[in-house]
Design a protein around this ligand. Structure first.
Ligand code: ADP
Ligand code: MN
Ligand code: MN
Ligand code: MN
Ligand code: MN
Length: 338
């Protein structure tokens, strides 16, 4: 007998990479082999040297096909087995190992927007719905658009065994969020990429599309982010927890760090980080307790307990989770090491 392995990888589309996948039939019990693809069709190679290599790095049950079928996340390699330039996971793996003793973990809040053709789901043809206010965590057909898709996606993530920790309707109609984690850096990023693939794939069956566009509607409508929650063992457990939390917040504001981070937090970040709609301006770093207008928020409970985690509110919905987790681990764990 055989099973189907859906090999999933991240392509070279600029400025924001896309997910690609194709199916391999394998004999029951077979190990997941290296595979290849035509890199000239994914912005990853020239036509005269088009072969790229797929190296399986994470697999889970395929909740759509069921049975013993698998989803297989891959790193892209060159034919000499070195990481392809589009492969941001390889660098995170190194950083993760370097700081593993601090036990960093992340929870990422993935916001996204459903589209029905060229308008957000719930937007009337040729116009706009009622202004924002009632949609966030709403209930009822006047406020909620796409819940059937969201529920199917949640069930698929759970069947796949992903560490998804919740979902909610967002501030703009047709906009939703799911959270992955808390998990170590490589794990949270791998699982977020699979959860994104499952989002697109699930929505396909409902005839809607999902986008990570950080500002899908210009004007007085919230953008879509990927708030990235972070802690190390010391931050979580104390007794120096709060001191470590402040060290982490300060480290993110030092020297060139604010810009180094923001310019790698997803294409179009200055359209979203305007200082409006629960954001801080992209060119001004700040942190504060309970402050949803700051770059980095310390939840009130964390201040009260004197330990816990911080929330970097800047990453766009279209951020590469391998990049944001690497930058945060590099910046914060280096500072905490001292
Ligand atoms: P909010 O919408 O209020 O910002 P959410 O509940 O959507 O918050 O997301 C909070 C995220 O923080 C979740 O993904 C959760 O897994 C994560 N989280 C909780 N505790 C920690 C921790 N100690 N370290 C890192 N992430 C954490
Ligand atoms: Mn072919
Ligand atoms: Mn949230
Ligand atoms: Mn949100
Ligand atoms: Mn948040």
């Amino acid at each position: 007998m055989t099973f189907k392995a859906e090999y999933i990888w991240i392509d070279g589309t600029a400025p924001t990479a896309k997910l690609r996948s194709k199916t391999k039939i394998l004999a029951d019990g077979a190990e997941l082999p290296l595979w290849g693809f035509d890199g000239s069709s994914t912005n990853q190679a020239q036509g005269d040297a088009s072969d790229c290599v797929l190296m399986p790095v994470f697999s889970c049950p395929d909740p759509i096909r069921g049975g013993s079928d698998l989803l297989v996340l891959c790193e892209v390699l060159n034919t000499d087995m070195t990481p392809h330039p589009s492969n941001t996971r390889a660098e995170l793996t190194e950083a993760g190992q370097r700081f593993a003793s601090q036990e960093p973990i992340f929870g990422i809040e993935q916001e996204y927007t459903f589209f029905d053709g060229d308008r957000p789901l719930g937007f009337p043809v040729g116009g706009f719905p009622a202004p924002q206010g009632g949609y966030y965590c709403g209930v009822g057909v006047d406020e909620i658009h796409g819940r059937d898709v969201v529920e199917a996606h949640l069930d698929n993530c759970l069947k796949a065994g992903l560490g998804i920790s919740g979902i909610n309707a967002e501030v703009m109609p047709g906009q939703w969020e799911f959270q992955v984690g808390p998990l170590p850096p490589v794990e949270v990023a791998d699982q977020l990429w699979i959860a994104r693939w499952l989002l697109y794939r699930t929505a396909e069956d409902f005839g809607v599309s999902a986008t990570l566009d950080p500002k899908p509607v210009k004007g007085d409508w919230n953008g879509a982010g990927a708030h990235t929650n972070f802690s190390t063992k010391v931050m979580r457990e104390g007794p120096e927890g709060y001191e470590a939390i402040i060290t982490a917040c300060e480290s993110l504001g030092e020297g060139s760090k604010p810009l180094d981070h923001v310019k790698n937090y997803g294409a179009g970040i200055d359209d979203r980080l305007t200082g409006q709609h629960e954001t801080a301006p992209w060119n001004e770093y700040s942190y504060g307790v309970s402050d949803r207008g700051a770059s980095v928020r310390i939840p009130w409970q964390v201040e009260k307990d004197g330990k816990g985690y911080i929330e970097d509110r800047r990453p766009n919905a279209n951020v590469d989770p391998y990049v944001v987790t690497r930058l945060m681990v590099d910046t914060c764990c280096s500072a905490l090491e001292k």
